[in-house]
Design a protein around this ligand. Sequence first.
Ligand code: NAI
Ligand code: 13P
Length: 340
Amino acid sequence: MKKLKHADHFDKIGVIGAGAWGTALAQVCARAGRDVILQARELDVVESINTAHRNEIYLKGIDLLPQVRATANLSDLAECELILAVPPAQHMRSTLKALAPFISDGVPIVLCAKGVERGTDALMNEVLAETLPNATAAVLSGPSFAAEVARGLPAAVTLACPDVDLGAQIIHTLATPTFRPYHSDDMIGAEAAGALKNVLAIACGISEGRGLGRNAHAALITRGFAEILRFAVALGARSETVAGLCGLGDLVLTCSSPQSRNMSVGLALGGGQTLEQALAGKVSVAEGVESAPAVVHLAKKLGVELPICEAVAAILAGEVNVEDTVSALMSRPLKFETAL
Ligand SMILES: NC(=O)C1=CN([C@@H]2O[C@H](COP(=O)(O)OP(=O)(O)OC[C@H]3O[C@@H](n4cnc5c(N)ncnc54)[C@H](O)[C@@H]3O)[C@@H](O)[C@H]2O)C=CC1
Ligand SMILES: O=C(CO)COP(=O)(O)O
């Protein structure tokens, strides 16, 4: 296999996964002047992007640049110098396995899913290490609703890559006047924060849907931030990462807008719907629903207490109701206000 030589930026970019975020990121690449190819599983998505320059299934009503080309074939990504992997977290393993025969040794893969794998409790970089051991990992995370990014509204995100030179190349590849990636070397912190904020957004949605008020909302965000910090640091991350865009930034965004799929699942649950009703008819993914049990399981292994995430997992599993959960959270032993 051919070894890649890194330049100042990458020109040929492959994006796997044409959901809302993969499509928006392909648009970012095109806007940055890169040669981008977007791989979709659904033939009607490929057709719609290549003919109407729209992804009407996952990113309705947004015009895409004609330079965003779609394909159903992973083999069309063979010449790409950089791959953005954007499937839902629970499908990252199968997606990377399917990609394996087509990519060059050592090709950098930017992991863009926010979640923890159920059954293994693996972060996405661990899934990558197991499926494509020769690939170089980076993580893209941060406050970035796909529709806003695709429209060209300003957004700033974290690009975490332990290889400083490679990280610099990736941010220069993706940066545009409206998309500003900041480089970090703390991949674990970015991944941990991205996975937990989705679970915490469900909690904020439940609170909002049940009419628990602004005080409860602020308390959930703040104590949720403490949970991210404990969890990330226990995994070996730095606390300053959690204070950045991929942590505090994304937590604030996702917990504050019904644009968030995770928050809207919470809103429905808080409003009295069952999980089945809340998810009915949705084509889009709410990662917190899938990741909550894995997050809680991994935290137990790490010896980290995550009362809010545990409460969300129990509500999602139908084990407890909202009222009893709120009472249980409020009657925990009183303590010093420390995050760690
Ligand atoms: N939508 C957003 O604003 C953002 C999403 N993300 C993250 O990006 C990841 C992907 O989310 P979205 O693009 O929003 O997805 P989406 O909810 O828009 O679409 C679902 C995606 O899942 C794919 N899919 C369904 N079954 C699959 C399977 N068996 N194997 C592989 N793929 C399958 C579909 O093809 C589609 O690409 C998630 O981890 C999400 O947290 C991150 C930042 C922003
Ligand atoms: O991760 C996101 C924004 O940064 C998108 O959040 P939702 O998946 O909850 O819509």
